[in-house]
Design a protein around this ligand. Structure first.
Ligand SMILES: Nc1ncnc2c1ncn2[C@@H]1O[C@H](COP(=O)(O)OP(=O)(O)OP(=O)(O)O)[C@@H](O)[C@H]1O
Ligand SMILES: O=P(O)(O)OC[C@H]1O[C@H](OP(=O)(O)OP(=O)(O)O)[C@H](O)[C@@H]1O
Ligand SMILES: [Mg+2]
Length: 283
């Protein structure tokens, strides 16, 4: 069985569960369950803290896992990234009090930086030739400056609301852009058949979410103009209509481009354009 580590709590947990469920895997039935066997799919799910997942997968006791790109970097393990999962996006940034004179990376030299991601911060600063003390805190890092244990912080920023409310100001470039990723153990071959099946399933969920099916009718002599606008994945399906002057086209298009594509298709003569959601895919 392929052993899969799944976040048990935090920001990444629910989207990860939803994605696995849509990919056809069995989830735990109560929050106290730590392991779920799913013999039908030949997998075993281990519910673990996202921070720890890179450790287990890096050491090879678990084959694959879902965690954050930033958490993986911070873990310093040998786990390998397999694919981006399209949720849990964040940036990791430095911030200092509004009135502080720490405004650039160079100003961090000799200061105290509070963070939950010590290694990530330390590696970044060292890479930029800056020496600073990192103060490890488990959470609520934004309070550390006001409470006097640090001069600035480095933390996950999503909307920026927490920082603003704490009177902190972002400065410098983002240290890292992150999202949820699938990682694999260095002991598991990248072309392991069980891993490839998991990847195809997750990719199928992403595609179903990002694409829609578009149907439209088009005069036969405009087909090539229409296909230029919506080339699809491999090639659009084109079927004859009862009226020999017209054809029906079915094609997958990116959801976020639907309206622009409908305008362009209409302009080259397409009519009866219909868009439908996709339930599942295997590309
Ligand atoms: N708004 C956010 N706050 C915290 N982490 C976020 C956010 N958005 C995305 N993430 C990502 O979630 C991961 C952190 O998840 P983790 O479960 O460790 O912390 P959490 O969601 O803050 O839970 P907790 O701190 O309560 O344990 C990181 O990869 C981070 O980039
Ligand atoms: O930019 P925002 O949208 O405000 O989100 C970012 C904040 O959310 C997280 O905190 P969390 O709620 O996980 O608490 P924690 O600091 O105790 O981990 C993160 O550590 C930031 O503090
Ligand atoms: Mg947190």
């Amino acid at each position: 069985m392929l052993r899969i580590a799944v976040p048990n709590k935090g920001m990444l947990s629910e989207p990860a569960w939803n994605m696995l469920e849509e990919a056809g895997y069995r989830l735990r039935s109560n929050p106290r369950q730590l392991v779920v066997e799913d013999p039908d799919n030949d997998v075993e799910l281990f519910y673990l803290r996202p921070l720890d997942i890179a450790v287990y997968v890096g050491r090879g006791t678990i084959d694959v896992g879902i965690t954050g790109h930033d958490l993986l970097l911070n873990s310093g393990t040998d786990a390998q990234e397999v694919m981006d999962l399209g949720f849990g996006a964040s940036t990791f940034r430095f911030a200092a009090p509004q009135e502080s004179d720490i405004r650039t990376l160079a100003d961090i030299d000799g200061k105290r930086v509070a963070t939950s991601f010590d290694k990530l911060v330390h590696d970044y600063l060292t890479g930029h030739g800056i020496t600073a003390e990192t103060i490890h805190l488990d959470g609520a890092v934004e309070s550390s400056v006001q409470l006097g244990v640090a001069d600035l912080i480095a933390d996950v920023v999503s909307t920026g609301t927490t920082l603003r409310n704490a009177g902190l100001r972002i400065f410098g470039d983002p240290i890292v852009h992150s999202e949820a990723v699938l990682i694999r153990s260095p002991r598991l071959d990248a072309d392991d058949e069980r891993l490839e099946r998991l990847e195809r399933r997750l990719q199928g969920v992403l595609t179903a979410k990002r694409y829609v099916l578009m149907d439209f009718d088009i005069p036969v002599d405009r087909i090539s103009a229409a296909v230029d606008i919506t080339p699809g994945f491999e090639s659009p399906t084109i079927s004859p209509l009862h009226d020999k002057q017209w054809s029906a086209v079915r094609v997958m298009v990116p959801k976020d481009k639907v309206n622009r594509l409908m305008d362009e298709l209409y302009e080259v003569g397409a009519r009866g354009i219909i868009v439908t959601a996709i339930q599942a895919t295997r590309m």
